[in-house]
Design a protein around this ligand. Structure first.
Ligand SMILES: NC(=O)c1ccc[n+]([C@@H]2O[C@H](COP(=O)([O-])OP(=O)(O)OC[C@H]3O[C@@H](n4cnc5c(N)ncnc54)[C@H](OP(=O)(O)O)[C@@H]3O)[C@@H](O)[C@H]2O)c1
Length: 327
């Protein structure tokens, strides 16, 4: 048996219930993992609220780290006793122990502790594919400007440090002056409080009127339109989240008017379709963390039983960096 956080219907955090679930033996291609820490992500909110539709009842959570207890037939990259971490479908990491597909589970290097592993897999692999694979047609080189919204959050602080390591000039937005200061101390070259400043005007000012090559936008509805005005001709609008609500439908002609722009809507899970691609991305993440160039900042810790409160705090924009749940 395991304690787990489940929803029976979509809605607010009050739908999240601590329940007891049966945990069996891993089948072919599966492992059983006992969590030491669990990562909290904004996608958990979309799945809880019903913005992303999944079968019910649903055990929430996409990220965790712990010890492999058993492996099913055909699993060769993990064995019982291994330290491991993952960002993976299907949801279900809000629990003490679970059986899950092994494909996206990676051995955790000894130098990385469980809390860091749980905090960084989904957010760090996202920063990886954004900065390394979600590129404008002209590519990105040292010195280029990019704009990254919600830069003081979980994905944001990782991206700020990684962008700096790549030599990029990352302009970050955040919802308070304190968050802006934090992001600056984590490598953002410039910061903008988008609650009090016109971020498009500031981006133009910072870039000498040129605009940025890429906007990485996970805020969605509230920032979409102005973000297009931050791009240089042929720039890339990379939308990857909906913290303020989904981007509304738009007419493609707007992209022509603003300089023949490109738009992509990315999800991490398109990048994690094979064991090989997952491991390659994870190795890149482990290396940048082990080198000290990217530090995983955990600012909030909750007990698993307090997961609903963790959701409330995340949705109220009261968090910075990463948040974990402890079983
Ligand atoms: N597509 C993918 O592959 C992928 C993967 C991982 C994450 N994501 C997305 O990336 C974003 C960051 O994820 P995260 O887990 O690290 O969360 P997070 O950034 O720690 O938290 C979300 C932040 O969004 C900002 N925000 C702006 N408007 C908001 C609103 N109306 N309500 C709530 N928050 C608002 C807040 O920062 P300020 O107060 O500074 O505005 C808030 O702290 C999320 O949108 C998530 O869905 C996408």
């Amino acid at each position: 048996m395991s304690k787990a956080i489940q929803i029976r219907q979509t809605g607010g955090p009050e739908q999240m219930q601590l329940v007891d679930v049966q945990v069996g033996e891993p089948g072919p291609g599966e492992i059983r993992i006992r969590h030491k820490a669990i990562g909290l992500n904004f996608i958990d909110v979309y799945q809880r609220s019903g913005l992303y539709t999944l079968p019910l009842p649903l055990q929430l959570g996409m990220e965790g780290a712990g010890i492999v207890e058993a492996v099913g037939p055909g699993v060769t990259h993990l064995k019982a006793g291994d330290r491991a971490a993952y960002a993976s479908q299907p949801p279900g990491s809000y629990c003490e122990v679970r059986v899950m597909p092994a494909k996206c589970v990676c051995r955790l290097p000894d130098a990385i502790d469980f809390e860091t592993g749980a905090a960084m897999m989904l957010k760090g692999l996202t920063a990886q594919y954004l900065l390394k694979k979600t590129l404008p047609v002209e590519g990105l080189k040292a010195g280029d400007f990019v704009l990254f919204h919600a830069v003081a959050g979980g994905v944001g602080l990782i991206a700020a440090q990684w962008a700096k390591a790549l030599g990029l000039q990352l302009i970050g937005t955040a919802g308070s002056d304190e968050k802006c200061e934090l992001a600056k101390s984590y490598g953002a070259a410039h910061v903008i409080n988008y609650r009090t400043e016109d971020f498009a005007a500031r981006v133009k000012e910072i870039t000498g009127g040129q605009g940025v090559k890429v906007v990485y936008d996970s805020v969605g509805k509230d920032t979409w339109e102005k973000s297009l005005d931050c791009l240089r001709p042929f720039g890339l609008m990379a939308t990857f989240g909906n913290a303020s609500g989904p981007v509304p439908p738009f007419a493609p002609a707007i992209l022509a008017n603003k300089g023949s722009l490109y738009v992509t809507r990315q999800t991490l899970f398109s990048h994690l379709t094979t064991r090989e691609s997952t491991q390659a991305m994870a190795d890149d993440l482990f290396a940048v963390v082990a080198s000290g160039q990217v530090k995983i900042r955990i600012d909030q810790r909750f007990k698993l039983s307090e997961a609903a409160e963790a959701h409330r705090v995340l949705e109220a924009r009261k968090t910075t960096g990463c948040t974990i749940l402890l079983p």
